[in-house]
Ligand binder design. Structure first.
Ligand code: MRU
Length: 349
């Protein structure tokens, strides 16, 4: 493919542009955001999604919002900015990266008590830009560590979209695949469609095709059978929040893939930046799981696919216990069991 890559989010002066992922793969449309609430709406409605991407978007929302705060005194600015931080932080509940990014941006205010309002607004913008650049660099490092676990000619299964679209660029799980493909063009990918939002069908297939990486789309239900037939060599997925013991929340259905991989003796890797790790949670049982509109299950593109009035549940994430995870690929290396110790060390680096 020769098309130019579309960044999922970028800033041009006073405007933040967000590629509307709800319209992919059929239409490539950028939302033009000049106000914090537009970015927050884009996060809530999943125009932008994926843990690191919503972290970066959250930071950009704060930069736009900080500019609109009317305050002569730093103290007044600070109070209003704290309220704004809370609105951004709660736009989606599961991904740790969003709260992490808000905290990083807010630290600018704490670390510069003598700054004027105008200076703080500039510093906040600079921090948001820094988080965007940092995310790309982090993903490149995840890729260079992760490619070591992809065997020559591997058939890699991935779930959801943990690619460039889910980050500032390059991707985490797909970053690993990109990096492996750069040295071994014989690898190929199986992308699960990922019901109900179809991140795998709509986004991962699109992204891999644009990158020229061979991809085969399968239904989520086909994964077990392919594993049974020895047609999958390794599984690599992303994560939204990783507890202190290595339990990892990711898109609903990831847990099923992990158990299938274990049953068939296939290595199962989680690729994620350290900003996804939440050391305050001892294990995965307390990771907040977003419950989304049941209409995403009962309808497809606005058309009902189930009887009117049927009860439906739509948990957006599940938690994979650490025992099913072969390794956690981060920007500072591949963490191995026991994860508690490895995670503590990684967070100190
Ligand atoms: O609901 P989404 O699309 O935001 O869920 C995204 C995922 O579950 C990804 O796998 C995860 O955020 C990792 S992205 C690098």
């Amino acid at each position: 493919m020769t098309e130019q890559w579309l960044p999922p989010i970028y800033r041009d002066g006073d405007v933040v542009f967000i590629l509307d992922q709800r319209l992919l793969p059929h239409r490539e449309v950028f939302l033009r955001c000049t106000m914090a609430k537009q970015v927050v709406n884009a996060i809530r409605s999943m125009a932008i999604r994926g843990a690191p991407a919503i972290g970066v978007a959250g930071a950009m929302a704060l930069a736009l919002g900080a500019r609109t705060i009317l305050a002569a005194e730093t103290q007044t600015f600070r109070q209003k900015f704290i309220r704004m931080c809370e609105q951004v932080r709660t736009a989606r509940p599961t991904a740790n990266n969003l709260a992490w990014a808000v905290e990083r941006v807010y630290s600018v205010v704490v670390e510069n008590p003598g700054a004027t309002v105008a200076e703080l607004q500039t510093l906040i913008q600079e921090k948001a830009d820094e988080l965007l650049r940092e995310d790309v660099a982090t993903n490149l490092r995840i890729g260079s560590w992760g490619c070591k676990v992809i065997p020559h000619g591997a058939r890699v299964l991935t779930y959801c979209n943990a690619g460039a679209l889910a980050t500032a660029d390059y991707g985490t799980a797909i970053g690993v695949i990109r990096s492996a493909f750069a040295v071994d063009p014989t690898i190929q990918v199986f992308s699960c469609e990922t019901r109900p939002f179809l991140q795998g069908a709509r986004l991962t297939s699109y992204e891999l095709m644009r990158a020229g990486i061979p991809v085969t789309l399968i239904t989520d239900n086909a994964a077990g059978s392919l594993m049974q037939q020895k047609r999958i060599d390794v599984v690599v997925v992303g994560a939204d929040r990783i507890a202190a013991n290595g339990d990892a929340a990711n898109k609903i259905g990831t847990y099923t893939m992990a158990i299938l991989a274990k049953t068939h003796d296939i290595p199962f890797y989680v690729a994620a930046p350290r900003s996804t790790i939440d050391p305050s949670l001892p294990d995965g049982s307390e990771i907040p799981i977003e419950q989304r509109d049941p209409k995403e299950v009962t309808h497809f593109q606005g058309r009902p696919v189930a009887p009117t009035g049927v009860n439906a549940l739509n948990p957006a994430f599940d938690v994979t216990p650490n025992k099913y995870i072969t390794g956690i690929i981060t920007e500072v290396g591949i963490l191995a069991k026991p994860y508690g110790k490895a995670i503590r060390k990684a967070l100190e680096e």
